[in-house]
Every structure is written in structure tokens, then in C-alpha cells.
Design a protein around this ligand. Structure first.
Ligand SMILES: O=C(O)CCC(=O)C(=O)O
Ligand SMILES: [Fe+2]
Length: 199
């Protein structure tokens, strides 16, 4: 872990609090965690209902957390798997970087440029007001796009292997974010968003 108290990367957008730390993990730790999470997490192919049709979510996901932390998303409810040693260690590093506790993590595995995540805000009631979300990226660089709900302003943030993005304050109230598909032939990426769920 390479971050220090002075190594901050604030991104200035209206009505958002974003702090991007590209060097959160050293190369060797990031490589090891990518392999470890890909091979050992309880990946699932979930389905959601979209305009009355059941469709595959365009990525694999896994939900880990303390007992009682449930993940609700588009009519889907996931119960948490038990923390693994590697996830717990990464959670601790995120807690130290953010100065706050987390009790759950959503892992997303984008197997290729064909996998994506649609526009959304992490604003479910169980996250509380102005949630702090710590997002760790491993694998190929993908763009996280932001779109302001009122003005339509957009901002593109490439998320590097081993980076940490902290979203906090009013970000989720005023902005949506998503990962677009890309036609470039690219490899895989795993993203982990650590959250605090009120339950
Ligand atoms: O893959 C990413 O960087 C975004 C993940 C995300 O927005 C989420 O898990 O809510
Ligand atoms: Fe999100």
C-alpha cells in the first residue's frame, strides 16, 4: 500500500467529492489480488428484469459482507458471502485511506470490453445520506463516466490497475456513473466497491 496522508488526488466537479489515488496498490499486490479474486470469489451471473424482459447482467458479480448486509439492485437481493482474508485486508487498507468503516463489498468482474455497467447512482436507502464508497480497480484500465443529473455535464475518469477512487459527500445525489462497453479488444478487469450498509 503506497498511499500517505498527503497523497491525495481530488477531482474537482460541482456537487461531487472525488478523490482518485492511482498508486493505492503497488504493481505486485495489484497483480496478485487480481489473480486471487478472479480465481476465488463466489462469482455469479445474475439476471434482472428490464422492460418486462429477463436479461443477463453484462458482467459477473459477488457480494461479501458482515452478517445482515444485503445488496438490493434492480429487484435483485443478494445475501453476503463471508469475508475472505484478502478481502478483509483490502477493506482495512480502504478504511485507513478513507478514515471510515466499511461492512460490505460489491465485486464486479468485467470479462472483456463487452461487459459494462449502466448509468446509476449508489443511492439505495441502506447506504444512508452522502455515502462514502471506496472503489478499487484491478486489471485493464476502463473509463468510469460521470453524468450530472441536473446539467448533463459529463466527466470521464480512466481507472488504472491498483487505483482507489473515493466517492463521498453529495456525489451520489447529483451524479450518475457507469462503465460503457468498448469495441477495443481488451482484457479483464475486477472492481471492488466497499460500502457501509445500515441494517
Ligand atoms: O466498475 C466500476 O468502476 C464501477 C462500479 C460501480 O459503479 C458499482 O459497483 O456500483
Ligand atoms: Fe456504482
Amino acid at each position: 500500500m503506497q498511499q500517505s496522508l498527503f497523497d491525495t488526488g481530488v477531482i474537482t466537479l460541482p456537487q461531487a467529492e472525488l478523490d482518485y489515488r492511482p498508486d493505492f496498490l503497488d504493481q505486485c499486490s495489484a497483480d496478485g489480488l487480481l489473480r486471487c479474486f478472479r480465481d476465488s470469489l463466489a462469482w455469479r451471473q445474475d439476471h434482472i428484469k428490464l422492460y418486462g424482459k429477463v436479461v443477463k447482467i453484462p458482467r459477473l458479480q459477488a457480494w461479501y459482507g458482515d452478517a445482515g448486509t444485503q445488496y438490493r439492485y434492480s429487484g435483485l437481493t443478494l445475501s453476503p458471502e463471508h469475508w475472505t482474508a484478502e478481502l478483509s485486508a483490502l477493506k482495512l487498507a480502504c478504511e485507513q485511506a478513507c478514515g471510515q468503516r466499511f461492512n460490505a463489498v460489491l465485486a464486479n468482474w468485467y470479462r472483456s470490453g463487452d461487459d459494462s455497467m449502466g448509468w446509476h447512482s449508489d443511492d439505495e436507502p441502506e447506504l444512508g445520506r452522502n455515502p462514502v464508497i471506496a472503489s478499487v480497480s484491478l486489471g485493464v484500465c476502463r473509463n468510469l463516466d460521470f453524468r450530472h443529473k441536473g446539467t448533463g455535464q459529463t466527466h470521464r475518469l480512466p481507472l488504472q490497475h491498483g487505483s482507489l477512487l473515493i466517492m463521498s459527500g453529495p456525489t451520489q445525489s447529483h451524479w450518475q456513473h457507469g462503465i460503457a462497453k468498448t469495441r477495443r479488444v481488451i482484457g479483464e478487469r475486477i472492481n471492488l466497491t466497499f460500502r457501509y450498509i445500515y441494517c
